[in-house]
Design a protein around this ligand. Sequence first.
Ligand SMILES: Nc1ncnc2c1ncn2[C@@H]1O[C@H](COP(=O)(O)OP(=O)(O)OP(=O)(O)O)[C@@H](O)[C@H]1O
Ligand SMILES: [Mg+2]
Length: 393
Amino acid sequence: MNCFSFFSSKKGDSSGKKAIEGDEELSGIQNVYLYTYKELRVATNHFSLANKIGEGGFGLVYKGRLKNGCVAAIKVLSAGSKQGVREFLTEIKVISEVEHENLVKLYGCCVEGNHRILVYGFLENNSLAQTLLGGGHNSIQFSWQIRQKICVGVARGLAYLHGDVHPHVIHRDIKASNVLLDKDLTPKISDFGLAKFIPPNLTHISTHVAGTTGYLAPEYAMRGQVTRRSDVYSFGVLLLEIVSGRCNINRRLPPEEQYLLERAWELHKKGELLRLVDTSLNEESNLEEACSFLKIGLLCTQDMPKLRPSMSTVVRMLLGEIHVNDQEISKPGILSLLDSEDIKGQDYKAEMKNTSCATSSRLGKLDNSSSSSEDMTASVATMTFTSIYDRSK
Ligand SMILES: Nc1ncnc2c1ncn2[C@@H]1O[C@H](COP(=O)(O)OP(=O)(O)OP(=O)(O)O)[C@@H](O)[C@H]1O
Ligand SMILES: [Mg+2]
């Protein structure tokens, strides 16, 4: 019996999977396996630091062995984080409704007293941020075939969220640290705490800006307008990172090379995109394909959202079923904002300059989103501008 069948077999069993009771805020959550705090404490040997495998904005993450023998990643919300409670609930709501080979699997959660803990299947090969982009200390050989599999897998996971789940889901925090790799290096998108369901009949929703610098689409960073195409933008940045083997912002490089998108655009204009492909791939015979992936990355990051392909088209492009035409590619989004005299753009640039390679920061996690277009016009400008202003302080 594998871990999944264990949890499936609990469906409808009042001892495990049930609606969370006794707390109005949590009462909407159904069909989630509930762990006791004691069980998770045992699994992690009293949350011992020896079992700590990571730490993010949400809190510490531990590796643990559950009583059924499954190995899990156990993510503990740090005490006192109100924003985190919101993310905790969103994560459970979204992920308990979806299932796909390229999305992480939530085993369950713990809601006991002040404890808020998420329990996932453990993924053996960590995140792309720590392996591919982590700078050394990594035993994985990221061949072209592996990178290709990772790019296609992430694209499929996103295409599923954008098109196959109803209502459609926008992830809002696609980035290298949210792509985890299992033992076969199959990529799994994680962290649905910022995700949004798009109500039917709406093309976009407006919200406080949240996400990670360097991956934010300009219209989202500037006006708080979030659509599936803002995820496409983030995916484009990630695609460039995977093919080039470097972070989207790296201040250790010479000034003209620090911003990956800017660099990709400059090289593309000169017909020298090949220079951006990770040098460890030089021996391989797929450089042409790697270049076309870079072009797809540029296409995904176009300034105008409607010029970016949908994720289902991106999948077909990555598989070579649709070819990217050079003429279709114009200057990517963030560059035109950075060039502009717009004060908001300047603030954004200041923020990006403060962001270093491995520590791209999460932004504005408070998230009073509105899903009506009426609300949007009234509130977005203020909320978004405030958010950007705050960030640049
Ligand atoms: N299911 C999992 N299996 C294995 N390791 C995991 C799993 N989930 C998280 N981790 C590890 O824990 C680390 C922290 O994850 P977390 O999502 O909390 O933060 P982050 O993605 O690094 O930052 P942010 O808070 O900005 O999302 C990950 O980088 C990864 O190394
Ligand atoms: Mg994460």
